[in-house]
Design a protein around this ligand. Structure first.
Ligand code: COA
Length: 260
């Protein structure tokens, strides 16, 4: 399915969402933020979707940022609302009950890097460039960039990227821990789909428990985090997939997980 702003495909449990404004390097205007919010809500509630891949249309950009033309005319109140709109959508992605992979096919700048950072995994083309260039516009990141970058790669790199506004190469982003993997641009789609297909075959409730552990553990102390993990571990024993996974190992066969 394709609407004006987003193309949506599903195959073998993998839903691919492709932001579709290549003439504007997939810049995030309010309508695109809303389209993404709706598409992720839909993917979350659809049991046939096991994994989501998010990318941008065209050869140049994942997303080159929030839409500067749209922001140019905003009042302070509208600016705050625009920020909250993006933040809510990206929080939804971060808290998705199934894995979300950002396939970073080019520039991921400003809101584009913020969007990629709200995904659970990031695979980038070797040609990709990432950064938080808002400072060059007299702005700061507004969709959680200062907070997620800080949590992903610490103060030094966060301040370097946000204070200078200079984009970094995929190689440097990998070094800093911002992305998980780099692949040659020509292999990006195939490599991402390989990973997505692997995750789509995994036990969905265990994936969900794992995502919950990291979401909760990232925000609480070690004692609470360990308690939470133990509770999630116990909960896994209530699933058919846990019986199937352990039985398949003992019977030396491949497990067939059902998400129950
Ligand atoms: N918002 C709105 N439009 C954007 C945009 C953004 N964030 N990024 C790119 N575009 C538009 C350009 O205005 C241009 O539109 P036009 O053809 O109608 O003039 C089109 O996308 C192509 O971009 P262009 O700048 O011509 O491509 P380039 O290859 O020369 O440069 C970038 C690529 C990414 C370096 C450059 O587009 C850029 O710096 N973009 C803004 C990045 C940014 O500051 N993001 C943070 C926003 S908070």
């Amino acid at each position: 399915m394709t609407d004006r702003l987003l193309s949506i495909d599903t195959a073998d449990g993998v839903r691919t969402l492709r932001i579709n404004r290549p003439d504007k390097l997939n810049a995030l205007n309010a309508a695109t933020l809303d389209a993404l919010d709706g598409a992720f809500a839909d993917a979350a509630g659809d049991d046939t979707v096991r994994v989501v891949v998010l990318t941008g249309a065209g050869p140049k950009a994942f997303v080159a940022g929030a839409d500067i033309a749209e922001m140019n005319a905003l009042t302070p109140v509208q600016g705050r609302d625009f920020s909250l709109r993006g933040t809510r959508m990206m929080r939804r992605i971060e808290r998705m009950p199934k894995p979300v992979i950002a396939m970073v096919n080019g520039f991921a700048l400003g809101g584009g890097l913020e969007l990629a950072m709200s995904c659970h995994l990031r695979i980038a083309a070797d040609t990709a460039k990432v950064g938080q260039p808002e400072i060059n516009l007299g702005l700061i990141p507004g969709f959680g960039g200062s907070q997620r970058l800080l949590r992903l790669c610490g103060r030094a790199a966060t301040l370097e990227l946000c204070l200078t506004g200079a984009p970094v190469s995929a190689e440097r982003a990998l070094q800093l821990g911002i992305i998980n993997r780099i692949v040659p641009a020509a292999e990006l789609e195939a490599e991402t789909m390989k990973l997505a297909t692997q995750l789509a075959a995994a036990a969905p409730l265990a994936l969900r428990g794992m995502l919950d552990c990291v979401n909760v553990g990232g925000e609480c102390g070690i004692e609470e985090g360990l308690e939470y993990e133990a509770a999630q571990f116990g909960l896994a024993f209530s699933t058919n997939d846990m019986r199937e996974g352990t039985s398949a190992f003992l019977e030396k066969r491949k497990p067939a997980f059902t998400g129950t």
